[in-house]
Ligand binder design. Structure first.
Ligand code: FAD
Length: 377
């Protein structure tokens, strides 16, 4: 098969390498608009379970990731002057850049062609392809181009967040809540390599506006956050690596869902959405990369099970959509509960609960951890 992955994020790269490993005769190209070492964001997390899954599919990649990742079990809350810890949560943190570089190197080793600095406008640019993976992320151009078929549903959420980093090293997944004269801010904090920690600051839109952060430059926003979270930062600075973003560096989360996941284009190629292009899950449960990786695994598994002759592609994609849309929906529902909790927590919980009750509410926010399960942890 001639396969083109548009977008070299975790979804496109991992699918490319799994398919090439399965059948070296496939001609596979990943086309990415950025340079190999350019990326937004800091670290990402995924669970131990996702790591086990990856190990079964490509041990070489899993081994490399394991060497580069940071593992931790504890969740810590810093709230109203009290620090509380809960154990047994089992996460892995890795720099997004590092993750992509490992996947890129493995793709090249297996013979996948990587094309950088090529901004794709349409799947029609690849008339010889049998299969086109639209793994071009949350703002997928391919999804928009064919929106009558894919029928995306995009929901923009009210909270604002900014994805920063710091060199202060934390030994647990840490949440810090700080009150200002206009309302509450929260920070989601996790270390992802030997000297860097992801530091996401989030607040409701009205609080963000009241502080004039809509008019703030990136440097002013960083200075604001450094001052607000001075207690936890202990003299360390906050950093951005999103200087390429125009306008405000504060984003709104966008939930993406699609009615249809694949189509056959005018050139006879099957075009299929994967990763953030077809579903997003709020960072409150840190599962976007997991979903992208598991999409890639499932589509490869189906090609192995059902055969990878071009005439089988339509059937394979139908099964892929049927299985992955259910899994994505389950995670999106859990992520939605967690996201809503963070949207209302300032007024509803921060002002009314004491630290132990607040911690309990926070840890059970997605409704995936029950009372008994939390007792066990
Ligand atoms: C603040 C924040 C925190 C997050 N934290 C976590 C976390 O802790 N754990 C987690 O699992 N996930 C996290 N995520 C989500 C995670 O980053 C994504 O879910 C994941 O990267 C999805 O992978 P993807 O390959 O589908 O898309 P992306 O990683 O977005 O990759 C898409 C790629 O396509 C390229 N591209 C786009 N358009 C084109 C084009 N026209 N032509 C060529 N190339 C193109 C882009 O440059 C990009 O490299 C977080 C996201 C945010 C915003």
């Amino acid at each position: 098969m001639n396969i083109v992955c548009i977008g070299g994020g975790p979804a496109g790269l991992y699918f490319a390498l799994l398919m090439k490993q399965h059948n070296p005769a496939h001609d596979i190209t990943v086309v990415e608009r950025n340079k190999p070492y350019d990326t937004f964001g800091w670290g990402v997390v995924f669970s131990d379970a996702t790591m086990d899954n990856m190990r079964q599919w490509d041990k070489a990649t899993a081994d490399e990731i394991e060497q580069a990742f940071n593992h931790w079990d504890d969740i810590e809350l810093d709230f109203k002057g009290e620090v509380i810890r809960s154990g047994g949560h089992g996460f892995v943190g890795i720099g997004r850049k590092k993750l992509l570089n490992i996947l890129q190197a493995r793709c090249e080793q297996l013979g996948v062609k990587l094309v950088f600095e090529a901004d794709v406008n349409s799947d029609a640019e690849f008339p010889d392809a049998d299969l086109i993976i639209a793994s071009d992320g949350i703002n997928s151009k391919i999804r928009t181009l064919h929106q009558e078929v894919f029928q995306p549903e995009l929901v923009v959420r009210p909270n604002r967040y900014i994805w920063l980093g710091t060199n202060r090293l934390y030994d647990a997944f840490t949440f810090v809540f700080e009150k200002t004269e206009h309302g509450w801010f929260q920070a989601h904090i996790y270390k992802f390599d030997e000297n860097t920690t992801t530091f996401i600051v989030e607040c409701p839109e009205h609080v963000w506006l009241a502080h004039g952060l809509d008019k703030a430059t990136q440097d002013e926003s960083i200075a604001f956050c450094e001052k607000l979270f001075a207690g936890t930062l202990q003299g360390h600075k906050l950093m951005t690596n999103a200087r390429h973003l125009r306008g405000s560096a504060w984003l709104n989360f966008q939930r993406v869902k699609c009615e249809q996941w694949w189509l056959k284009n005018a050139h006879g190629a099957h075009v299929v959405l994967m990763g953030d292009a077809v579903h997003t899950a709020h960072f409150a449960i840190g599962s976007g990369t997991k979903l992208a990786i598991e999409d890639a695994i499932e589509l490869t598994r189906l090609f192995i099970e059902m055969g990878d002759a071009p005439e089988r592609i339509g059937e394979v994609l139908t099964r892929y959509q049927a299985t992955r849309s259910v899994e994505a929906l389950k995670l999106q529902n859990a992520a939605w509960n967690a996201m809503e909790w963070f949207e209302v927590c300032g007024e509803r919980y921060c002002d009314t609960l004491e630290p132990p009750q607040f911690m309990y509410s926070m840890l059970t926010r997605s409704q995936r951890i029950s009372h008994e399960n939390l007792r066990l942890r």
